[in-house]
Ligand binder design. Structure first.
Ligand code: C2E
Ligand code: MG
Ligand code: MG
Ligand code: MG
Length: 283
């Protein structure tokens, strides 16, 4: 990407060059192949009501297993796809698959199970692709209050007013909005004040070191975020619960919901059906 910089000189944007050099073109091609041949998989991680340990929802998390590269983690291929623009096709697939699943659950009498879907900043702030997702959602006749769209703060940083208007578009459909990975990056109280969100997802970095009676800084931050969220009328979902001790801490401190390996890793929908028939923890 070159641009004329007056007097006939051409300058290159170092940032673009860096990005282009970092991109593994072959990996991009493999990802494109997976997109076009419907090789992505959708997994779901249960979201739990902590005091009853009942499954109340599922977060859709995309999976990609390539025959050359093996399992590629979403953390890598989602950010790659954001660079290349492949995220738009991936997200349309993820939304359609998750919405179809929600429809099936409703037909099977599992209408109480909510579905959470991640929406990248890239799609949230694009035009055509955002409106396509919006009309895709609207084309379903579903209980929209049981659909949550998870966003991160990345988009908000650049243009908060614009993001707020986009979120209002989504809220008009009746879906709920969650602020994902809260507490990482530049998390600002201004977001909590201005964004039309319903849910704060406490990032798992705060949960990691918790013990049942922790009095650490993390513990204090969690307690404060829970009471702040309560005061502002937002629900809290804790991410990355891996131990009974962490669960006990969260229950004691009135954190209503959470997800994590203690209950279940993200799994295919067939396994979710098994989990729905039995208690999630047996300890
Ligand atoms: P996220 O939305 O914050 O998703 C939670 C991540 O934490 C998932 O990683 C999940 O597997 C992991 N996790 C859940 N419980 C535990 C736990 O107890 N311990 C540990 N160590 N990890 C846990 P995953 O699936 O690798 O996804 C990583 C990120 O990639 C997601 O973070 C999300 O930002 C992005 N992502 C995944 N699927 C999608 C998608 O369909 N669309 C978009 N836009 N982003 C996606
Ligand atoms: Mg998420
Ligand atoms: Mg998260
Ligand atoms: Mg996270």
């Amino acid at each position: 990407k070159a641009k004329k910089a007056g007097k006939g000189r051409i300058v290159f944007y170092t940032e673009d060059i860096l990005i282009e050099n970092q991109i593994n073109v072959h990996l991009v091609n493999r990802l494109q192949y997976a997109i076009e041949n419907n090789l992505l998989m959708q997994h779901y991680q249960p979201q739990i009501e902590l005091n009853s340990e009942k499954i109340i929802g599922l977060e859709a998390l995309v999976r990609w297993h390539d025959k050359e590269y093996g399992f590629v983690s979403p953390a890598s291929f989602i950010s790659l796809a954001e660079e290349t623009g492949q995220i738009y096709a991936i997200e349309k697939w993820v939304f359609r698959t998750a919405l179809e699943q929600k429809k099936q659950f409703e037909e099977q009498g599992l209408e109480d199970i909510s579905i959470s879907i991640n929406l990248s900043s890239k799609t949230l702030t694009s035009d055509t692709n955002f409106f396509e997702i919006e009309s895709l959602i609207a084309s379903y006749n579903l209980n929209f209050k049981d659909i949550t769209i998870e966003i991160t703060e990345t988009a908000i940083l650049s243009n908060m007013d614009f993001v707020i208007s986009r979120l209002h578009n989504l809220k008009k459909l009746g879906v709920r909005i969650a602020l994902d990975d809260f507490g990482t990056g530049y998390s600002s109280l201004t977001y909590l004040k201005n964004l039309p969100i319903d849910i704060i997802k406490l990032d798992r970095s705060f949960i990691k070191s918790l013990e049942e009676n922790s009095d650490s800084k993390d513990a204090k931050i969690i307690k404060s975020v829970i009471s702040l969220a309560n005061a502002l009328g937002y629900e809290v979902v804790a991410e990355g619960i891996e131990s009974k001790a962490q669960l006990n801490f969260l229950v004691k401190n009135n954190c209503p919901k959470g997800q994590g390996y203690l209950f279940s890793k993200p799994v295919a929908v067939e396994e979710i059906m098994n989990l729905l028939e039995q208690p999630v923890t047996n300890n």
